[in-house]
Design a protein. Sequence first.
Length: 302
Amino acid sequence: MTKPKLGFIGIGIMGRPMARHLANAGYEIAIHDVDRAKAEEAAFGQQTMSIADTPLEVAKASDIVITMLPSGKHVHEITMGESGLIKGFKPGSLLIDTSSAEAWLTRQTAAGLKESQIDMIDAPVSGAESGAKAAELIFMVGGEISSVSRARPLLDIMGKQVFHLGPIGAGHIMKSMNNLVTALTFMATTEALTIGKRLGLNPNVMTDVLNASTGMSWISQTQIKQRITNRRFDDAFKLELMVKDIGIAIGLAEDAHLPVPLSAVGYHLWKAAGIYAGEGASISDMVRWVESMTKTEITSQD
């Protein structure tokens, strides 16, 4: 069976390794990024990878296009805009959006594409930069079964698990819920380590206890020793994007008339951390905000 020709838009921290996995699997792939230098760097040495100047050109060269962008607004703009995908897609094409986006906007984009006989699924990911590099991402998928089945071989190349959650938009709902849990867990873990440090406990040993106990989480396993106690604060995921995702989750709760007081307070706290850290800060910098308030650094030294 002939492999479909692919496009990939958004060649950043996550998109670059994802696109390269597909190229290494033998797919022809046209890539595009607003920062052309990123696309050129990703394409270097990749014989099956080419660079397109616009989303429209990507669509013309592709049967299936994958997007990995900061928000649903960006996806909608590159899809429906003046030089958008919709103007280059052939009927029967498929858009796979792996971004973290607003479900309502995803449904709007999908509806516009449907009018031109183009399918769309949302397939946001969990796994961070390390998961993208190792092809161990978790995909949370929304869309029609036939479209999900069509996308599955590509998702299997880039990740290790695929969950089909329901119709279009369901993946993005799940993504916001996942990041809500991650954010609240990160802040709770940070505060607990701060208390322990102030009372004379070593945060590295505390982390070992958490990882062997009921307090274990992805945060305790991958963030504390790796980024906090060693003072690197270098998680590539931006704090402002975490705030955006928590806001999406809170908005969904409000639309459903659900009281979520813990999540609502957490949202305001993360926004305050973002103001403190400034534009472009890492989610790791949330810890610096807590440290500044408590005047206690989460280090392994006394």
